[in-house]
Ligand binder design. Structure first.
Ligand code: E4P
Length: 214
């Protein structure tokens, strides 16, 4: 399972670069950066990680998305062009995929959207777990359903669980068979900690230090 960091924060990426397979961003994440030069930020991130760096187009129409996607892809070979699961986004996905450009179909909230992304040659499809939970539905069910349907038809598009808000989402998405997951720094931190590990380590050290005094 690929693990991506859902951030454009360079210090967070530097801290976790040995553990993550790539990075995902979106316009909201990039808008939180002090320096707004997307080209510079994307290049910096791409030089830090070995795998895909998802960067979303801003255009809302097919032509604009294709032009923007082509220009983003020129920044670095690891750039994966993020497109919305809309009619124009799916058309742009097909065009960019045919040109060999990696794509990540974002804002996916249904199995049919995920199926169209796969049929248009998307590299990744990003179903949003947290935002589905926010409207009182079950985001993890969507991950399981897409994984199942992709398995039935042998689609090659990878399921990238997104909008991950807590460690339980991480565990359940992994159990549902997601191919990839993107997590904010606050969730990734939790992957490395467990209270019983801390308690156990303290006890080992206390016992060892006590024995030295004897
Ligand atoms: C990443 O690809 C998504 O844009 C991101 O995970 C969305 O997360 P949010 O729903 O917490 O904003």
């Amino acid at each position: 399972m690929e693990i991506f960091l859902d951030t454009a924060d360079i210090s967070a990426i530097e801290k976790y670069k040995d553990f993550v397979d790539g990075v995902t961003t979106n316009p909201s994440i990039l808008s939180r950066q002090k320096k707004k030069d997307v080209h510079d930020i994307v290049l910096k991130i791409s030089r830090l990680v070995a795998g895909p760096v998802s960067v979303e187009v801003i255009s809302g129409d097919f032509g604009g998305m294709v032009r923007e996607g082509e220009s983003l892809a020129k920044i670095h070979p690891n750039v994966c062009v993020k497109l919305p699961c809309t009619f124009d986004g799916l058309r742009a996905c097909k065009t960019l995929s045919n040109k060999g450009i990696a794509t990540n179909l974002t804002l996916c909230f249904s199995v049919p959207q995920a199926m169209m992304a796969a049929k248009c040659g998307a590299t990744y499809v990003s179903p949003f777990i947290g935002r589905i939970d926010d409207i009182g539905q079950d985001g993890i069910n969507l991950i399981s359903d897409i994984v199942e349907v992709y398995g039935v038809y042998g689609f090659e598009t990878k399921v990238l669980s997104a909008s991950v808000r807590n460690i339980n989402h991480f565990i359940q998405a992994a159990m549902a068979g997601t191919d990839a997951i993107t997590v904010p720094e606050k969730v990734l931190e939790q992957v490395f900690t467990h209270p019983l590990t801390d308690i156990g380590l303290k006890k080992f050290m206390d016992d060892w230090n006590k024995s030295k005094g004897k």
